[in-house]
Design a protein around this ligand. Structure first.
Ligand code: DX5
Ligand code: ZN
Length: 219
């Protein structure tokens, strides 16, 4: 049984055939549905909002891993809980009171995630790591799919893993951006527990096979 989780990002799905692509993920080796919500303010792009997440949730059979790339995410924590999110990640850079946001996510019955931009040092989580269920390390600048992987991510995964072990935390490390069959194994060897993949999965000829390939490579 493989322990690394694969979370295909629906940002790269065919929005005209969203039900088909959600079902494709249902019927694959994937573990989570990764859902990217962007507000055009925190990131220079707008993806989709609540009605689309609701439509995804209606068809999805695996946990919804919602990645909020929005300012002031506290305003929408309960909304995403009501929509059926199981994991809710907020950006470190968007939270003035991160500890409070994490408690609010958990009180709403979800796993609490924190996403870090490529420039944000993992050591900034030293005082909250025990309260975080998932750290989403951005391996591209958030806002768009299909960008190239930033190589410095390996160093960040290793330092974060070292911190998690040292602190006795149970936090999972998720990698988001530019994940392919070329870097999947090296990321897992560095300490990654969850791999998000958008373009690599949905722009491939046979997404179900690509998910299986990632799952096998990740081990
Ligand atoms: C980027 C999003 C990612 C994106 C990844 O802002 O957070 O989840 O969909 O897409 P790929 O795998 O194409 O880099
Ligand atoms: Zn994402």
């Amino acid at each position: 049984m493989s322990k690394t989780k694969i979370a295909p990002s629906l940002l790269a799905a065919d929005f005209g055939n969203l039900q088909r692509d959600v079902e494709l993920v249902n019927n694959s080796a994937a573990d989570w549905h990764h859902i990217d919500v962007m507000d055009g303010v925190f990131v220079p792009n707008i993806s989709y909002g609540m009605p689309v997440v609701k439509a995804i949730a209606k068809h999805a059979t695996k946990p919804l891993d919602v990645h909020l790339m929005i300012v002031d995410p506290d305003r929408y924590i309960q909304t995403f809980a009501d929509l059926g999110a199981q994991i809710l990640s907020v950006h470190y850079e968007a939270c003035t009171h991160l500890h409070r946001s994490l408690q609010a996510i958990k009180s709403a019955g979800m796993k609490a995630g924190v996403a870090l931009n490529p420039h944000t040092n993992v050591q900034l989580l030293e005082d909250t790591i025990q309260d975080i269920d998932v750290v989403c390390l951005m391996s591209v600048n958030p806002g768009f799919g299909g960008q190239s992987f930033i190589e410095n991510t390996y160093t960040k995964v290793k330092s974060l893993k070292e911190m998690i072990i040292r602190k006795g935390a149970k936090t999972l490390i998720e990698i988001d951006g530019g994940v392919t069959s070329k870097n999947a194994k090296a990321l897992v060897d560095s300490g990654a527990d969850v791999l998000v993949a958008g373009s690599f999965v949905f722009k491939s000829k046979h997404p179900v096979d690509t998910i299986k390939e990632l799952k096998e490579l990740a081990g």
